[in-house]
Design a protein around this ligand. Structure first.
Ligand code: ADP
Ligand code: ZN
Length: 216
């Protein structure tokens, strides 16, 4: 197995790009946020612990998310390429991941940064909508549903995620700047960083560019 790490601010569109890359290539997409939200919804012990952190826009404890990710990596040993979206989220997690990969004999293909200016990030997050029934994600600008306010996949009414409320968004951006942003230098230092310009709205272009960079 090899791993591609997705890096980018909340609202950079990295989740949307990851879904698209997975669709195009059959690469397995693993979103730490989705994994955590599913655990919260099911009320697993990890989910119960994670809930309050997530609702306030803080990171959940490193070991909690690291264990969940390691379970998937172990169970998916036959997957060729795994696209990690949302993990690692800080330098300690990157170090945990490096240890995990060494133990599992997994290599790092690259860390793909979707680079987006701050103003765009704020606008994107305020446009974000999710389906409470099936979890599908949309964006009023970037990825609008066919019918406004309605999920394409299942027809349920779309909602704004609790942690996409303005005060929480501001806090998440601070957390990103303090904890996640340093990962860019971390992976540049290991010569694994590749960058895609994420400021435009053309998802097909971003997908093709990302694929070229991943394939090297
Ligand atoms: P975002 O849009 O901020 O990228 P995610 O869906 O990736 O949102 O994550 C939502 C929330 O889940 C985060 O605000 C955080 O509380 C938690 N979370 C996700 N991934 C991690 C991680 N690797 N470490 C700690 N907390 C995480
Ligand atoms: Zn739906």
């Amino acid at each position: 197995m090899e791993i591609v790490i997705m890096l980018g601010a909340p609202g950079s569109g990295k989740g949307t790009l990851a879904v698209e890359l997975a669709k195009e290539t059959g690469i397995r997409h693993l979103s730490s946020g989705d994994l955590l939200r599913a655990a919260v919804k099911e009320g697993t012990p990890a989910g119960v612990k994670a809930k309050a952190y997530m609702e306030s826009g803080n990171l959940v404890p490193d070991e909690l998310i690291a264990e969940m990710i390691e379970d998937v990596v172990r169970a998916d040993a036959n997957t060729q390429t795994l696209l990690l979206d949302g993990f690692p989220r800080n330098v300690p997690q990157a170090e945990i991941l490096a240890g995990m990969m060494a133990r599992a004999g997994v290599t790092l293909r690259c860390a793909l940064l979707l680079d987006v200016p701050d103003e765009v990030v704020v606008r994107r997050i305020s446009g974000r909508r999710v389906c409470p029934a099936c979890g599908a994600g949309f964006n009023v600008d970037l990825l609008p549903p066919k019918q406004e306010g309605i999920c394409d996949a299942c027809g349920a009414e779309l909602i704004i995620r609790k942690d996409d409320k303005p005060e929480t968004v501001r806090h998440r951006l601070e957390v990103y700047a303090e904890q996640t942003f340093p990962l860019i230098e971390y992976y540049r230092g290991t010569d694994k960083l590749v960058t895609v310009d994420g400021s435009g709205d053309d998802l097909a272009w971003k997908t093709q560019t990302a694929l070229e960079k991943i394939r090297g």
